[in-house]
Design a protein around this ligand. Structure first.
Ligand SMILES: [Zn+2]
Length: 302
């Protein structure tokens, strides 16, 4: 008898995830195909470690550190079939195929499919494990702010640090772009340049965004080339950082603390700031908790 599990996602996400978990977790991967998705793939026969749900996003994680994230929104759904069973949707609509012994899981029509490598927590031995889950309404946000302030790598970009689970968990890639846009901060700002207030506002905003209605249209995520809803600038897109994930931002209204906007010749030597970009940068940095650090860095650059 052919046994089939075929479920519409709305309201049945947990059911689907439970079925996928039973079929996939602990199994070596025989086939992984994420079609046109850019990003790393799990190595052949790597074992599926977990299938989890986060809002309308389903995540599959392999033991080699690869994570597959599928944001389902309205159209996407996962189906689970027995090997060789007929699919109930057209093949061309498949965005991901995962095959293990006896089972094939297929994700159809998901608008956002990404793979990335889980940041290696072994590189942060003093980070104290995984940070609080900010999608929970009662999470200690000041604790997250403190983790962000205490981040060990002053040189790290904020867009990378937000994805580091040692700072906070329960925070996804869509929320990263949305949060940075909401606070008007450059994704390329360095940790050393962030003030206590910057960190606190980032965490509060992150928490609000991850708990907002998952069907709300993003303000900036996925809007590559379109007009910014705030300043009518043009939204840009880049794959960034160790996690190799999509980042969307508006360079026109998210220039704050972006060192790249200062002409490099002005970062050198000992002189009084006069260039407008430089003045804005320094006035932002006046509030920064590690101001001395910036001047140290600037000295080194000179
Ligand atoms: Zn803008």
């Amino acid at each position: 008898m052919i046994y089939s599990l075929h479920m519409a996602m709305r309201g049945q996400t947990n059911h689907t995830v439970a079925a996928m978990r039973t079929a996939l977790v602990g199994q070596p991967t025989l086939r992984f195909d994420a079609m046109s998705t850019i990003g790393p793939a799990p190595v052949e026969r790597s074992v599926i470690e977990s299938v989890t749900v986060k809002g309308r996003e389903i995540l599959v994680q392999w033991d080699d550190g690869i994570v597959l994230s599928t944001a389902l929104r309205f159209s996407g759904e996962w189906h689970l079939y027995r090997t060789a069973e007929m699919w109930r949707k057209e093949t061309y609509r498949a965005r991901v195929v995962i095959e293990v012994e006896g089972w094939v899981a297929v994700c159809f029509d998901a608008p956002i499919v990404e793979t990335y490598r889980q940041p290696d927590r072994k590189r942060h031995p003093q980070s104290g494990g995984i940070g609080p889950n900010i999608s929970h309404p009662k999470t200690d946000l000041s604790g997250c702010t403190q983790r962000l302030l205490d981040y060990r790598y002053a040189d790290a970009m904020i867009s990378d640090v937000l994805m580091d689970e040692s700072v906070m968990s329960g925070f996804g890639n869509v929320a990263r772009s949305e949060t940075l846009w909401a606070v008007g901060l450059s994704p390329f700002a360095k940790m050393a340049d962030l003030s206590y207030e910057d960190c606190a506002v980032l965490i509060e905003t992150a928490s609000r965004i991850v708990r907002s209605d998952p069907d709300t249209s993003p303000s900036v995520y996925g809007r590559n080339g379109q007009r910014c809803m705030r300043c009518r600038g043009t939204v840009e897109f880049k794959i960034v950082g160790a996690s190799r994930r999509n980042l969307y931002w508006c360079p026109d209204c998210q220039g704050r603390l972006d060192r790249r906007l200062i002409p490099s010749n002005l970062l050198q030597g000992d002189h009084t700031p006069t260039h407008p970009a430089e003045l804005i940068y320094f006035s932002d940095a006046v509030a920064a908790r590690k101001r001395f650090k910036i001047f140290d860095d600037l000295d080194k650059l000179g």
